[in-house]
Every structure is written in C-alpha cells, then in structure tokens.
Write a protein that binds this ligand. Structure first.
Ligand SMILES: Nc1ncnc2c1ncn2[C@@H]1O[C@H](COP(=O)(O)OP(=O)(O)OP(=O)(O)O)[C@@H](O)[C@H]1O
Ligand SMILES: [Mg+2]
Length: 268
C-alpha cells in the first residue's frame, strides 16, 4: 500500500467520442458540468447523448426536463437512434418533468430546488445502488425569478447530490436579457463548463463548442465546430478555422500601417 493519493481519475464518456478527446477522455466522476449556450446550439442534444451513454454503460440515469415534455425528449432522442422508452421500461432511466401536472410521481409540482433534489434522490433510490448520471435541462429554470440565488442554489444541488454518486450535466441558458448573475451563478460552482455557441456566416447558421473549464483536466482550448445530424445526433466537425473576422486588424490600425509604409517608400 502506498501513501500516495490516488491520482487516477475515472472519467465518464459523454457519448460523443470526439468531444471526449477534448476533455482527456471524459467527465471526471462526481463532477457537475454546466452546459451553457444560446437557444438551439445543441445543449439538449448533448444531454441526450450523455444519458444514452450512461444507459449503455449500466449507470443509473435520471433526466430532469424543465424546458420540454418527457415525450419531446424521447422523440428527439429517437431521431438519433436512441431508444429512451426502452431504457425507462428496463429500469435504467427515470425521466422527471416539471409542471406537467397530473398525479404522475415523476413530475415536479414547482420549480423549487429543494423539491428537485428530493425527487432526484427518490429516483436514485428507485433505480438502486451504483454509479449514477443526472441531467438537469435546465437548472437555470429553477431560479428564473430569483437570479441572485443562482450561486447558492447550484451549490446546494452539487453538495447534496455529490453524496449520491452522481455525475451531473446541468444546462444553463445564456440569457442576454437577464442579469449576469443568471448564468454566472452556476459557472463558478460548476467543475466544468462546456459552452455552446452559434454564429451566422455567409447566411448559414454554424455551431461551435468550447470547453471553458474542466477541473483536473488538460482540456482543449480550441473552439470546435459541431453540427446536429439526423439519425446520428451531435457531431464534432473539427477545430474552428481562423476566421477573417478574428485575425483582421481594426481599420484605423491597417490605415496607419499603410501610411507608414507609404512615407517610408516616399523617403526612399
Ligand atoms: N433530427 C435532427 N436532424 C438534424 N438536426 C436536428 C435534429 N433534431 C434537432 N436538430 C437540430 O438541433 C437543434 C436543437 O438543439 P438543442 O435542442 O440541443 O438546442 P438547445 O441548446 O437545447 O436550445 P434551448 O436552449 O432552446 O433548449 C435544432 O434547432 C436543430 O437545428
Ligand atoms: Mg434545450
């Protein structure tokens, strides 16, 4: 036996091999990773891959959806060849939705963090012992009307659920209309931040992913272009190439350089 601390980190595959490569193999077990970004950038698609991978590895999986209905998530997954209905009936996955009403035991009555945590623990008990994965899409929905509480709430979620062997992916919307506290609450608490972005270039929507933070990980600092493919899901196309907009100097600088050059030539 050695006195050395165990430095071997167990990493969970995200279900997207090219993305795993950007984070040294996967998300360290027990982490809470924030997937942030604008609407339609791929956060939910990423969450679906993360959960599907968990199901295939025999993890206890819980998917909390506040943005869409259970059926919508199942339909979206099916378009990528992922059968979540089977995962649920096999007892490998529980999908919890919010505000859908009815007397279903797996529906949250309110967007309250305490209710969320209690429901997730109840779900974990129902699924049984073992390594677990949790998706909360979105976690920011729980403090929509209380943005100042973002940090406290996300810390509470992380602290309580870490005792239950969860590795968590929580999405956070990047709302320009709300205060900075909205997004940043979760980002400082999170062990990792995977930022999804979008740009329109030449009239075409292009999506990108950037790992902004991943503790204990020599992660890539390079933005990568991604796309969503029917029948397959999220695909990493490759490193974002240097764009003209990124390398172009401001006009005044260019003019000054040109003028200096002309003066020099005139001297000669
Ligand atoms: N079957 C499919 N084939 C191709 N592209 C698809 C398919 N299904 C979804 N997409 C693409 O994925 C996008 C949705 O991505 P996603 O739901 O992950 O966004 P999001 O980041 O979660 O957004 P929001 O914050 O609004 O929830 C769609 O707008 C579409 O461009
Ligand atoms: Mg979404």
């Amino acid at each position: 036996m050695s006195d050395q601390p165990d430095t071997e980190i167990e990493r969970l595959s995200t279900g997207i091999p090219e993305l795993d490569k950007l984070i040294a193999g996967g998300i360290p077990r027990g982490f809470l990773v924030a997937a942030t970004g604008e609407p339609g950038t791929g956060k939910t698609v990423f969450c679906i891959h993360f959960i599907a991978q968990g199901v295939s590895e025999g993890d206890k999986c819980i998917y909390v959806t506040t943005e869409e209905s259970r059926e919508s998530v199942i339909k979206q997954a099916a378009q990528f060849g992922i059968d979540l209905t089977k995962a649920v009936s096999d007892g490998k996955l529980l999908i919890i939705d919010a505000l859908m009403g009815g007397d279903d035991p797996w529906t949250l009555r309110s967007l309250d963090v305490e209710e969320l945590v209690n429901k997730v623990i109840e779900a974990k008990k129902a699924l049984g012992f073992g390594r677990a994965r949790l998706v909360v899409d979105s976690l920011s929905a729980f403090w929509l009307d209380r943005p100042a509480m973002a940090r406290r709430y996300s810390y509470f979620v992380k602290k309580v659920l870490s005792k239950w062997d969860f590795t968590i992916v929580a999405t956070s919307q990047y709302a320009i209309t709300t205060s900075d506290a909205f997004g940043f609450g979760i980002e400082h608490i999170a062990d990792g931040i995977i930022r999804f972005r979008r740009f329109v270039r030449g009239g075409v929507l292009r999506r990108f992913v950037l790992v902004e933070k991943m503790r204990q990980t020599p992660h890539s600092l390079q933005m990568h272009e991604i796309t969503v493919v029917d029948g397959k899901g999220l695909v990493v196309l490759g490193p974002a190439r240097e764009r003209v907009e990124d390398v172009k100097l401001p006009k005044q600088v260019t003019n000054r350089i040109l003028r200096a050059k002309e003066e020099k030539e005139a001297e000669i």
